[in-house]
Design a binder for this molecule. Structure first.
Ligand code: GYE
Length: 359
């Protein structure tokens, strides 16, 4: 594993530990009646907030109208589905959305968030490209008295704290997705006592799904099936074409591999194309597992070329805006508002049942 961050950072246990610690601190300060919340009595109203020097999370002063939305990219089925879901939910909640698209660039996203802060929205939603790239902008929004929800990908929580710099994180448990992907690949390859080699295609370096999916997968594989060795691990930036290029090189270098784990469906689809071009039979001599739940990948599961797809539901809009409304009303939020995910395979009928919902 090339990532230095602990793979369990975003696990439930960690969150429970964070939540407990915050509860203890709140209780010690005489505040915070309900356990498990982070953005409670410490948050004040934006009306009494002085932009520039604000140190606490604030709740909007009046009715919310304008909501800023900083999207890291619009480059594949997952992001298009997420974008559509955010836009539809903003509309149904009656908010004006100010959308920005950073095209997979940290520099662009930093600028986008600054532009949104200058627009003085009542709320800001940020889906960060990487954990570190936009972390200072979340602090900038807090200083400017603008409440933030982190959507889908997390920020570096050493820099940004839930309950101080942002109200909550709304998204999936990426670490768990990595564990589920490892379990599926172990099963596909013949069980925990299998001896074989595989390769791993990483998502965007420094992004929370790449860090946590990789960590969850590697930890589970080492613990459950130590005879399955990852002989190469390389980023393909969550992109189909790059996945194809990288896989073409890796299969030439490691022709005997029996499995591929791709951090997302797009890279798996590219990898399957490259494997076939190299004369391999994905689904027979090489098993492939990936994460997302796109229509294209689900169809590959149904055709037998991919073994399983772990869901990462991009339709976060309703949950994001419902959570925002709770915060606006003064309710306490969890540090992490989780979206549950499933596994889709051919053999048990789950892929077929899921297909009509695939994006
Ligand atoms: O898996 C990928 C997208 O952040 C969970 O980003 C998301 C990931 C998703 O580009 O397809």
């Amino acid at each position: 594993m090339q990532f230095s961050r602990t793979p369990l950072k975003r696990s439930f246990l960690t969150n429970i530990a964070v939540i407990s610690l915050v509860s203890i601190i709140l209780a010690a300060c005489g505040g915070g009646s309900s356990g498990g919340s982070t953005s409670t009595s410490s948050s004040s109203s934006a009306s009494s907030c002085v932009p520039g020097s604000n140190t606490k999370l604030v709740r909007p002063a009046g009715p919310v109208k304008k909501v800023g939305w900083s999207q890291n990219a619009l480059d594949g089925a997952w992001r298009f589905a997420e974008e559509a879901s955010i836009k539809a939910a903003a509309q149904s909640h009656g908010y004006q959305l100010l959308p920005m698209n950073a095209n997979n660039s940290d520099d662009q996203q930093v600028q986008d968030i600054q532009t949104l802060i200058n627009e003085k929205p009542d709320f800001l939603l940020i889906d960060p490209h990487t954990e570190d790239g936009e972390a200072n902008q979340v602090v900038a929004a807090r200083k400017a008295c603008i409440p933030v929800i982190i959507v889908d990908r997390d920020v570096n929580e050493q820099i940004d704290s839930p309950g101080r710099d942002f109200a909550t994180f709304v998204g999936s448990d990426f670490q768990k997705q990595g564990v589920l992907a490892a379990d599926a690949l172990i099963e596909a390859m013949g069980g925990p006592s299998t001896k074989a080699t595989i390769v791993e295609l990483d998502g965007t370096t420094g992004s929370s799904p790449a860090i946590l999916r990789g960590g969850g997968f590697n930890g589970e594989l080492a613990a459950k099936a130590p005879g399955i060795q990852i002989v190469a691990e390389q980023t393909a930036n969550f992109a189909r074409a790059t996945g194809q290029q990288v896989m073409a090189t890796l299969i030439a270098q490691h022709p005997d591999i029996k499995g591929v784990f791709a951090h997302n469906d797009e890279m798996a689809i590219g990898a399957i194309t490259a494997l076939k071009a190299a004369g391999k039979k994905p689904g027979q001599d090489i098993k492939v597992v990936s994460i997302d739940g796109t229509k294209d990948a689900t169809n590959l599961v149904l055709s037998g070329e991919e073994y399983a797809v772990v869901q990462s539901n991009p339709r976060l809009g309703q949950l994001v805006f419902d959570t925002m409304d709770k915060f606006i009303k003064g309710e306490d939020l969890q540090a992490w508002t989780v979206q549950p995910d499933k596994v889709f395979k051919k053999a048990d009928g789950t892929a077929q049942a899921y297909l009509p919902d695939a994006f």
